[in-house]
Design a binder for this molecule. Structure first.
Ligand SMILES: Cc1cc2nc3c(=O)[nH]c(=O)nc-3n(C[C@H](O)[C@H](O)[C@H](O)COP(=O)(O)O)c2cc1C
Length: 191
């Protein structure tokens, strides 16, 4: 049982969007919230590819979604939308899987061309899964983020501020009595 589940939708093992989620977990844990991580790439590929609702890894992942109060979901932009592996997993969730959960969507993309992909592609799917409380999405361009071995090493200052604002909202929703201050542990900034 966790307060917040992060869902990483990248098939890459050195993923920018997953690195952002690691920062997200660190910040939220620093505020006393419990977190859990789900990497779609770690699920059994055959279970995903054959839409095996009863597969062991799929059932464990669905249980994690069920138990979380809030979900931070991150995807790379692939061909103007979310990744295919993320959709393969979302297809296996029950129809109301995201009802009553706070959702914060994040996407990383190589260019500004698909800035609205969270709104036109991902949000309708989240809505179809029952999500009604979706925070404004955060789109991060590759040039605004630096990472090494899957770890985030620098973040654009404007993106950091927007991430900070959104995470304050998550903390505020889950722990209403918390002060409005979140430390990023002095993450370096992209120049
Ligand atoms: C197959 C593929 C398709 C992509 N399509 C797009 C795209 O349509 N628009 C875009 O802005 N970036 C696109 N990109 C770039 C990725 O979205 C970007 O590098 C992202 O940060 C990768 O995230 P990750 O490291 O978490 O996998 C694509 C990358 C790949 C590998």
């Amino acid at each position: 049982m966790s307060d917040i589940l992060t869902i990483a939708g990248s098939p890459s093992n050195n993923s920018r969007s997953s690195a952002v989620l690691e920062l997200v977990r660190n910040v939220l844990e620093g505020h006393g919230l419990s977190t859990d991580a789900l990497n779609v790439r770690d699920l059994d590929a055959t279970e995903l590819f054959t839409a095996n609702f009863n597969g062991e890894s799929v059932r464990a992942a669905v249980a994690k979604v069920h138990q979380a109060r809030a979900i931070v979901i991150a995807t790379p932009i692939y061909k103007a939308a979310y990744s295919g592996v993320l959709k393969a997993f979302l297809d296996l969730l029950p129809q109301d899987a995201l009802a009553d959960k706070l959702i914060f969507p994040i996407a990383t993309g190589g260019s500004p061309a698909h800035l609205l992909a969270i709104d036109y592609a991902l949000k309708p799917v989240l809505n179809a899964l029952g999500a009604h409380h979706i925070l404004h999405g955060l789109y991060i361009q590759d040039a605004q983020i630096q990472h090494t071995n899957g770890e985030l090493t620098a973040l654009d200052v404007a993106i950091e501020k927007r991430l900070h604002t959104s995470l304050m909202k998550v903390v505020g929703q889950l722990m209403p009595a918390q002060p409005e201050r979140i430390s990023f542990n002095s993450i370096a900034h992209v120049r």
